[in-house]
Design a protein around this ligand. Structure first.
Ligand code: FAD
Ligand code: NA7
Length: 561
């Protein structure tokens, strides 16, 4: 996605709202539904995209798919839609998810409150009026009491600058800004990046391109995804048990809809252990492989090695050329986001695919006709694809101006790493609520978004009903939350691996904690505790000159489900 936003125009037209929501993905759409239809607020959503869907609007690259299973990669708040929406495959492709989110927007009449192709450029808090002044790239000025940012944690793309890129005469794509008219058939294509996205795009395009050069910096542990059509019994079972399934999801750690294992790798003998891995490999799913098998793969190095060894042996069996197999084999911790694929390692048995290990022979420059590596080889390309990921979590906050109390910029507030109180609010930025801001749960995302949006809705309702004009996280509550997230992270192996989960993928980015790694159930407990204790950690204000509610409907007790 294009992260560079034009400077805002000043315009005389001011639109006054109760709440402005930025982002029309899973988060922003549900926030609109709740604040408008449950609280009766006047709300508008803006998104720089040309359509709703967020991630699924932008990431249209071949092979794009969610690796959360279909039944849990959706909203649970519309039980009728859960019954009506057809489940045909175990996982959902990008077009299927985009269709679903567009359907939700139509079904709930959300579009009338959404402005597309409208980018937030600056948001400035007016302390006296307790209101946000928000400016957009197309000259709009909104004055809104609440600013809800649903900017996405995997939304600001990472495009590494490689010397000579401007000279390349072929076409350059980033997977997160994929055009509808891209054609790859019969072309010499290069892909930089072998994360979740790279694995998907590589596997998908290998059969159609003339030649595919994969530029790999780090080899990956990946297991089969196990995608395919599902039968009537599978669907019937899900639909008949959906309310139980969702209860299970929201009471679990990773919210993927499977039962997380309570068994240690050390509880079983080696034959049983191998069989459990083999069964998980055959059934498919990255998160299932790590968390449905055993409880300690992500926390204990020896347990982790058992899983590593299993995958390494699979790679050796699958990949025919021993030199390619060697390059594809990881030896570090298995502690990045778990990957799964539709035949990734097999792809390297194809004659038209070559693996370039850019750790041993780094890319030195892009030339007019391809990519040159340090061994002097020039890899000829018509198309170069960046599958280089995202400036995750706070990336979209850093490329706009969000200015809080006393003129403090959020970039400065987050100088030593982005922080929040329960991922929702940050001190010095009253009435700004983030949908999955820094240090929120690392899970299947839609269920977590629901929990967070519901909680923000309750908080706004409380504030409105009590006659407050501002709500703000206290600095000590925020600091304590950061420490808590750090302590939890240190108990896992994730903190020992270099990945976007800890900001390690972006040169110069602070390597710190970006997630609450104790899971959704535990996070929900934290939220419940705060709410039941008079929103402990928040301060409520009654600014004398505050801008008043614009909506005429009052929030009635009991309006909220
Ligand atoms: P997004 O969907 O990212 O939406 C954010 C929106 O904010 C975007 O539309 C963007 O245009 C808009 N925006 C940002 N900045 C501005 C601005 N300044 N002005 C206006 N608009 C702005 N999650 C899972 O749980 N399971 C998966 O299997 C999974 N697969 C994924 C696969 C890919 C390829 C990617 C990229 C992500 C995947 N994710 C997955 C994560 C995914 O991002 C979330 O599941 C979910 O879609 C996030 O929704 P959101 O509303 O929080 O953010
Ligand atoms: P990831 O997981 O961050 O993967 C990005 C890949 O790009 C990874 O292999 C990186 O290598 C590689 N990369 C990044 N920068 C460079 C440079 N400068 N040179 C060479 N290679 C580079 O992003 P994805 O989009 O795959 O996945 C992100 C999430 O989105 C994913 O978990 C899903 O939820 C959807 P590295 O491993 O850092 O050595």
């Amino acid at each position: 996605m294009n992260n560079k936003l034009p400077a805002h125009n000043n315009s005389n037209d001011t639109i006054t709202l109760d709440a402005l929501i930025v982002g029309a993905g899973f988060g922003g759409l549900y926030a609109l539904k709740n604040l408008r239809d449950k609280l009766g607020l006047t709300v508008r959503v803006i998104d720089k995209a040309g359509g709703v869907g967020g991630t699924w609007f932008w990431n249209k690259y071949p092979g794009a798919l969610s690796d959360t299973e279909s039944f849990s990669y959706c909203y649970s708040w519309d039980p009728e839609l859960l019954q009506e929406w057809e489940i045909t495959t175990r996982y959902l492709t990008q077009p299927q998810i985009l269709k679903y989110l567009n359907h939700v927007a139509d079904r709930h009449d959300l579009r009338r409150n959404i402005d597309l192709e409208t980018a937030l450029t600056q948001a400035r808090y007016d302390e006296a009026a307790a209101v946000w002044d928000v400016y957009t790239d197309n000259g709009n000025h909104f004055r809104a009491r609440y600013l809800i940012t649903a900017l996405g944690i995997l939304s600001a793309s990472n495009s590494p600058s490689i010397p000579g890129i401007e000279k390349f005469k072929g076409i350059v794509y980033h997977t997160s800004d994929w055009p509808d008219n891209a054609t790859l058939a019969g072309k010499k294509v290069g892909v930089i990046g072998t994360g979740s996205t790279g694995v998907q795009v590589i596997t998908s395009i290998a059969p159609i391109v003339r030649h595919l050069s994969v530029f790999q910096r780090s080899p990956q542990y990946s297991v089969p995804i196990g995608n395919g059509p599902v039968d009537v019994t599978y669907v019937k079972n899900i639909k008949e048990n959906y309310s139980e399934i969702w209860k299970g999801i929201k009471n679990s750690t990773f919210a993927f809809g499977f039962k997380e294992s309570k068994k240690s790798v050390f509880d079983v003998d080696d034959v049983t252990r191998q069989q459990i891995f083999e069964d998980a490999w055959n059934y498919g799913g990255g998160f299932r492989f790590v968390f449905e098998t055993f409880t300690d793969i992500a926390t204990n190095e020896i347990a982790n090695q058992y899983a590593q060894d299993f995958i390494r042996k699979k790679i050796a069996k699958i990949v025919k050329d021993p030199d390619v197999a060697r390059k594809l084999t990881p030896h570090d911790l298995y502690a990045k986001r778990p990957l799964c694929d539709s035949g990734y390692y097999q792809t390297f048995n194809r004659d038209n695919v070559s693996l370039v290990d850019i750790k041993s022979t780094p890319i030195v420059q892009v030339t007019e006709t391809g990519v040159k590596t340090s061994d002097g080889v020039e890899h000829e390309l018509d198309v170069l694809i960046f599958a280089t990921g995202f400036d995750a979590v706070d990336g979209n906050y850093k490329c706009v101006d969000i200015i809080g109390r006393g003129g403090e910029h959020i970039r400065d507030h987050w100088e030593s790493g982005p922080s929040s109180y329960v991922s929702v609010a940050t001190s010095g930025f009253p009435n700004l609520f983030m949908v999955l801001g820094p240090n929120g749960p690392f899970t299947n995302i839609p269920p977590t978004i629901e929990v967070i949006v519901d909680w923000i809705t309750e908080l706004v309702k409380h504030s409105e009903n009590e006659g407050y004009t501002s709500v703000e996280a206290n600095l000590d509550a925020e600091s304590n939350w950061t420490i808590r997230c750090q302590e939890i992270a240190e108990q896992t192996l994730y903190s020992k691996a270099d990945s976007w989960l800890f900001g390690a993928n972006i040169p110069g980015k602070k390597k710190t904690v970006y997630f609450y790694l104790k899971g959704l159930a535990s996070f929900s407990e934290e939220l419940r505790f705060i709410q039941e204790n008079s929103y402990q950690g928040f301060s409520f204000g009654t600014e004398a000159n505050a801008t008043k509610r614009t909506a005429t409907t009052q929030i009635k007790q009991g309006d909220m489900a």
